[in-house]
Design a protein around this ligand. Structure first.
Ligand SMILES: CC(C)(COP(=O)(O)OP(=O)(O)OC[C@H]1O[C@@H](n2cnc3c(N)ncnc32)[C@H](O)[C@@H]1OP(=O)(O)O)[C@@H](O)C(=O)NCCC(=O)NCCS
Length: 398
């Protein structure tokens, strides 16, 4: 039996809770590795589907393996009718992240492998989830806009097909490639809050869809994946601000955060952010909308100066700071930015769920069960004397 560690660590910073073979971060040097490969290398040379295969299977596919995997994804893209019918009954004002989260248990009902507990079945479930999440996000966007969902187009890449189903026009190839790179960059990130939520649920032997539902809930928070939408909101608010330094100082003086800045693990620039910053500049030029990358660079400069002054030398831009302007340039609305994060992260979540279920990185599966220090009302181990309701009411009146 493992020894109990009597150290309280709010937020579990720096605490190693498991072994994993899926990904690795060096927070001091700003390095992110998926299954041994640097993220920069994958962003330059891989595709989202190839990266998803790598995360799920542990090795890069050969040509035949990638072709077979891509075919399986394409064949699984169709969203079952009853899922679309369920979406049509939801209030049009529902947030896309809530709708995505709600759709997962419904998708579960269409999965013939739901309760099959083998790695092969886990992989088939993962393929269906990777294939269907983009379709659900796109279908909801069309339904809430009063339009019918569009069928997938097998001739397009994963990202290209998503843009087509979302926006209803065949995407520019370069733009689709850029979105594919964004999906590669967001596909996994070790034990972040949503992945930990997935693994925690998977450790109870709940099925993959139950675990993914928890992950989507965790991702929606503004300190995690929800930060990209907050960054866009911030950029919109300050676009006509004359003095950005004064705005940043004011916000920090009020005890508010600058969204998209800081990271629980990186103490230097997030490697994904560097990539997205460059992409934003290139896209801004191409689309004649240089205002957005320029504005984010100015906010970055003003914020880093203010942080430096306040002694926060390790707070740097994270992935969300630069993904927000990039998605905005791609015509993706603010409330769809976190769902797009989920469309990518689903590959990492499923890889971690499979690893958790089958103890692929450690000796045997272990149910997560941390402890908390009780600091509430306490009358000793015999417990407090239970008072009848009349006595309690009497006491409060007096
Ligand atoms: C991501 C985040 C939660 C990590 O924070 P953390 O590990 O809990 O906190 P840190 O130890 O890094 O923060 C140290 C200090 O910096 C401050 N800080 C951290 N991020 C900040 C930000 N974006 N703006 C202003 N101050 C910030 C904290 O308030 C804390 O101040 P204090 O010591 O006076 O209380 C935090 O940086 C944050 O909230 N960022 C904004 C949200 C965001 O972009 N999330 C996406 C992450 S990928």
């Amino acid at each position: 039996m493992a020894e109990s560690v009597r150290v309280k660590n709010m937020g579990l910073r720096g605490v190693t809770v498991a072994d994993t073979k899926v990904s690795f971060i060096d927070g001091e040097q700003g390095i992110l590795i998926y299954r041994g490969y640097r993220i920069e290398e994958l962003a330059k040379s891989s595709s989202y589907l190839e990266t998803a295969y790598l995360l799920l299977q542990g090795t890069l596919p050969n040509r035949e393996e990638l072709a077979a995997f891509s075919r399986q994804i394409e064949e699984a893209r169709g969203i079952p009718d009853f899922v679309i019918e369920a979406l049509k009954k939801l209030p049009r004002g529902a947030h896309p992240m809530d709708v995505l989260q709600a759709s997962i248990p419904i998708l579960a009902m269409a999965d013939p492998d739901l309760q099959v507990e083998s790695r092969e079945a886990g992989l088939r479930k993962a393929i269906r989830l990777v294939a269907r999440l983009p379709g659900v996000v796109a279908a909801w966007h069309r339904i809430r806009s009063g339009m019918e969902p569009l069928p997938p187009d097998e001739h397009l890449s994963h990202a290209g097909n998503f843009l087509w189903q979302l926006q209803g026009k065949k995407p520019d190839e370069e733009l689709a490639r850029d979105l594919d790179v964004c999906l590669v960059l967001h596909a996994d990130h070790t034990f972040n809050a949503s992945t930990f939520a997935c693994r925690e649920v998977a450790s109870t032997r709940a099925h993959m869809y139950a675990a993914v539902t928890a992950g989507i809930g965790a991702l929606s928070g503004s300190l995690h994946g929800g930060a990209n939408a907050q960054v866009l909101k911030m950029l919109m608010e300050i676009q006509s601000e004359k003095d950005l330094s004064a705005w940043v100082e004011r916000r920090l003086d009020q005890g508010q955060k600058i969204m998209g800045m800081g990271h629980a693990v990186y103490k230097t620039m997030d490697p994904r952010a560097s990539f997205l910053k460059e992409m934003g500049v290139r896209l801004g030029k191409k689309l004649g909308q240089e205002k957005w990358p320029r504005l984010s660079a100015e906010v970055e400069k003003a914020t880093l100066k203010a942080f430096e002054k306040r002694g926060f030398k390790t707070l740097k831009p994270n992935v969300d700071f630069f993904s927000a302007p990039v998605y905005h340039l791609m015509g993706i609305s603010g409330d769809l930015m976190t769902p797009v994060f989920a469309v990518s992260r689903i590959a990492g979540w499923c890889a971690h769920i499979i690893e958790e279920e089958f103890a692929e990185a450690q000796e045997k599966p272990a149910l997560y069960r941390p402890e908390a220090e009780y600091v509430g009302h306490y009358c000793g181990l015999m417990g407090c004397a239970y008072e009848g309701i009349e006595e309690r009411a009497g006491e409060k009146d007096s």
